[in-house]
Write a protein of this length. Structure first.
Length: 45
C-alpha cells in the first residue's frame, strides 16, 4: 500500500494538471462552436 502513496506536492500537481487539460479541451470545443456560429451568421447576410 505504501507504494501507492504520492506526496502532497505530486497529488496537487496531478490534480491541477487534470483540471488544466480539461480546461484546454473545453476552450477548444467552445472556440470551434464559436467559429461555426460566426460563419452561420456571415452566410445569412
Amino acid at each position: 500500500m505504501s507504494m501507492l502513496y504520492i506526496g502532497p506536492g505530486m497529488g496537487i500537481t496531478s490534480i491541477v494538471l487534470i483540471f488544466l487539460i480539461a480546461g484546454i479541451v473545453l476552450v477548444a470545443f467552445g472556440y470551434i462552436i464559436w467559429l461555426k456560429i460566426k460563419n452561420m451568421f456571415k452566410k445569412k447576410k
